[in-house]
Design a protein around this ligand. Structure first.
Ligand code: GLU
Length: 495
């Protein structure tokens, strides 16, 4: 029987949640879900100068927006808490004391000057080993204890066993990674100010929390051999590591502010759908089958596997994200689109009263959604596309360029006259998309004009622009009286 999967996402609250961190979170979440495991959120706030409570809140909010529910962590608790490192300081201290007592760690009294001198000397003699020169490794225990008690400043270093040999990490993404024994030095696990280092605190926590798989960015690959040393000293099983590749911008450089928005919040505020955003980020370095691009959350949560993570860096492509987002919108059913996008956007744009006195007809909204949805790439587009339909003959804004191109031209007056006549002959009851299209159909031939020219003139007259949804359906939604009034108003602009 295999052990139940326990994974964690451990952001440092030194800033907002960024694209790279969000992807790491998504992979951990999906891996936990696909294996019926436990997804833990831990706040790695041991860097007191840069960690803030506000950043923690921003990260939690981003996680919630992403829909990455955690089973243990802040706000939900769990059996392995607390889930913020600053609340676990006693545990690190205890673990370090234990290693000291067992002779697996030792206090180091070297001053920064001494260390710098030793480093320079090692460089000068081209010593293949450039790490800590192990000056304090053999200080007798009682002498060391006496110096500590006398108040001499010290750090605590791990004692890498003499005969440890090379460290081989069997990374789930990178395969075997070997770190030569000579590159391992007795690194610091506790600073002289009494705070644990990242490599120590993380392993104490991962061991105590029973983490089985560590999925994180490959910028941490270089920390892993040291962390393996800590697991071994603690006598804890080493988890499976999966180091995921960097995310690059289009220019091949590590994704950063220079490439545009990098925080999850910015994408939320720009109107991206959480599902689409998660789908797109999941594809940055992982694939379902090498070709499927639309992978709904539930499929991701069922099918995610470490085997399909790519070793190669992924390139963040905002255009592809936009495409995925538009796909999600277009795949919504009309009712969902109406509730989640159309109505809120109309209210936001001031086109709809948040609490309309008369409720809008459901059948009418459904028809509206049907023509607006395929033209909505970002939520705000919905209001823009629907704006002419919500205007009236008096309030409709005419786009200058559209008027110049489609209306203010010789012969367009005649087009509007004929259109007015044909449409006017339809009764209120007969005012349907089909009847409107049929009434306008014969005009180009009768006027000896190109179809495009005729319909463009009518479109500008009715919608004030050149890009509205299908004309017949749009006019049906606007209603007969207002359409005729719009043509009358536009007639004064036509030649
Ligand atoms: N707090 C670390 C970071 O944000 C976590 C690294 C890890 O997953 O071990 O990079």
């Amino acid at each position: 029987m295999t052990q139940p999967v326990r994974v964690r996402f451990a952001p440092s609250p030194t800033g907002k949640l960024h694209i790279g961190g969000a992807r790491t979170a998504i992979y951990n979440w999906a891996f936990a879900r696909a294996n019926h495991g436990t997804f833990i959120l831990r706040i790695d706030d041991t860097d007191p100068t840069r960690s803030t409570e506000e950043n923690t809140q921003v990260i939690l909010r981003a996680m919630r927006w992403l829909g990455l529910d955690w089973d243990e962590g802040p706000e939900v608790g769990g059996d392995f808490g607390p889930y913020a490192q600053t609340e676990r300081l006693a545990l690190y201290r205890e673990a370090a004391e234990r290693l000291l007592a067992e002779g697996k760690a030792y206090p180091c009294f070297c001053t920064p000057e001494q260390l710098a001198e030793d480093r320079a000397a090692a460089q000068a003699r081209k010593d293949p080993f450039q790490g800590y020169q192990r000056r304090c490794r053999n200080i007798p225990a009682d002498e060391a204890r006496a110096r500590m008690e006398a108040g001499e400043p010290y750090t605590i270093r791990i004692k890498v066993p003499e005969d440890r040999g090379d460290v081989v990490i069997d990374d789930a993404v990178h395969g075997e990674v070997t770190i030569a024994a000579k590159e391992l030095d007795d690194f610091v696990i506790f600073r002289s100010d009494g705070t644990p280092t990242y490599n120590f605190a993380t392993v104490v926590d991962d061991a105590a929390m029973g983490i089985t798989h560590v999925i994180r960015g490959d910028d941490h690959l270089s920390n892993t051999p040291r962390q393996v040393m800590v697991y071994e000293a603690l006598g804890a099983p080493v988890p499976v590591f999966a180091h995921i590749s960097m995310i690059l911008g289009a220019d091949g450089k590590k994704l950063s502010k220079r490439h545009g928005a990098t925080s999850v919040e910015e994408y939320r505020d720009a109107g991206y759908l959480s599902d689409a955003f998660v789908n797109y980020l999941a594809l940055l370095g992982w694939s379902l089958d090498g070709e499927t691009t639309i992978i709904p959350r539930d499929v991701l949560a069922r099918e995610f596997s470490l085997e399909r993570i790519s070793k190669n860096p992924a390139t963040f492509d905002p255009k592809k994200l936009d495409w995925v987002n538009a796909e999600y919108i277009n795949r919504m059913d009309n009712a969902t689109f109406t509730q989640e996008i159309l109505l809120p956007q109309l209210v936001e744009a001031g086109l709809l009263d948040p609490e309309p006195a008369v409720s809008i007809d459901e059948e009418w909204t459904d028809r509206l959604a049907e023509i607006v949805r395929p033209r909505t790439k970002m939520p705000a587009d919905a209001a823009q596309v629907a704006a002419p339909i919500f205007a009236t003959a008096e309030t409709l804004a005419y786009d200058e360029k559209a008027v110049a191109k489609g209306l203010a031209k010789e012969g367009m007056g005649a087009v509007l006259d004929r259109a007015r006549e044909a449409l006017g002959s339809l009764t209120e009851d007969a005012w349907t998309a089909e009847a409107i299209d049929a009434a306008l159909e014969p005009l180009p031939e009768a006027l000896d004009l190109k179809k495009r020219v005729v319909f463009q003139a009518v479109r500008v007259a009715i919608c004030g622009n050149l890009v509205s949804p299908p004309l017949g359906e749009t006019m049906a939604l606007i209603g007969r009286a207002d359409c005729l009034a719009r043509i009358d108003r536009a007639r004064t602009m036509a030649l």
